[in-house]
Design a protein around this ligand. Sequence first.
Ligand code: ATP
Ligand code: MG
Ligand code: MG
Ligand code: MG
Length: 439
Amino acid sequence: MRLSRYFLPVLKDTPAEATIVSHRLMLRAGMIKQASAGIYSWLPLGYKVLQNIEKIVHEEQVRAGHVPMLMPTIQSADLWRESGRYDDYGQEMLRIKDRHGRDMLFGPTNEELITDIFRSSVSSYKDLPLTLYHIQWKFRDEVRPRFGVMRGREFLMKDGYNFDLTKEDALHSYNRHLVSYLRTYERMGLQAIPMRADGGPIGGDYTHEFLVLADTGESEVFYDSAITDLSFGDRALDYDDHAACQAVLEEFTSRYARTDETHDEAAFADVPEDRRRSARGIEVGQIFYFGTKYSEAMGATVQGPDGKPVPVHMGSHGIGVSRLLGAIIEASHDDNGIIWPEGVTPFHCGIVNLRQGDEATDKASEALYKSLVAHGMEPLYDDRDERAGAKFATMDLIGLPWRITVGPRGLKNGVVELTNRRTGVSEEMAPEQAVEKVA
Ligand code: ATP
Ligand code: MG
Ligand code: MG
Ligand code: MG
């Protein structure tokens, strides 16, 4: 992409309404624009990162054996009356009437809709286990939308639903989700810690929230610092192997790590004092096993091996796809701007031409561009007629992992400058060498 032909409306001044760094940087880098409270347009740069995050989520869900689909944003109130949640959900639900006076709503989540789909087409235990998921916009009329996309009213969520014959199978689905989430967040360069959370009216031990530690997080968390040494890495794991998934769950949940809702001072006191931490965290996902709550209320049964109908065991599992942009920036930035982890960066590399219009630098920049593309990368070439300082500031703000600077002086010696955004280290080298290093 050539910057002169792109749409990157960067802001010079810090917008007053943004109180946390990720919100400020997303506005300043021209990634989002507020349409109304808690509702955003995704400008090209923001949209690109959003798509990269979606792609990782899809890949890891499919790897775990989960099946992608797409349900609508607008739902009929009737299904929610069946589950009893139409009245329970309260003011967070955006309720709409269509022209015939029928009650509709903008979905805040999809348990009812998916249970309806399931019950109308699955009738035998032989079709289980099954996990369906989608990535779709949700609407929750939050009391206080704030922090940009972190707490929007309209937001993008991946929500998945497992259907199993027995509790044991459903708990395997739970474990599988936990593992797939660990992989998902790590690929985005994030450490998201599974913490024991509150099941709300569902209760029980079977819910974990995934939290990214950050001072600006809205959740209060308590944990054993030893947990931050854990990482899933690139282990090979067979998602059908119950024992292996259970072992990962145990590894990642045996240390004390809880949100304030389930925090237990007595249990926390058992953690060695020098490892006890209390901090703030951003909830980037949550997994649930809730048994037969919806299947019983909505008649989602299958014929068991003995021919008798049994309600299926279910769980639901969410990832805050749009919130993740904010969480990643909170975790990875400096005074000059964003520092994208490689896995989600909107462009792999920036090219800064220090003297636009100069035949030698123009030609060398174009050649670099082509070479990066030939190596399968997507560069962003700043070909505008701007001062070097302004070009550097833009590149630092939008946070691409690498920058290649092409100037007349270097070219005389056959070199360009390669700069790493995270370390700030610059090195001179031949253009081909820079391409190799970035690739
Ligand atoms: P929160 O506690 O932040 O209100 P939640 O527990 O109500 O979130 P869930 O129902 O667990 O949310 O939804 C799954 C995920 O969707 C959350 O873990 C979070 O990452 C994301 N999410 C929830 N509400 C919002 C929102 N208003 N804006 C952006 N993302 C959200
Ligand atoms: Mg909420
Ligand atoms: Mg929550
Ligand atoms: Mg939650």
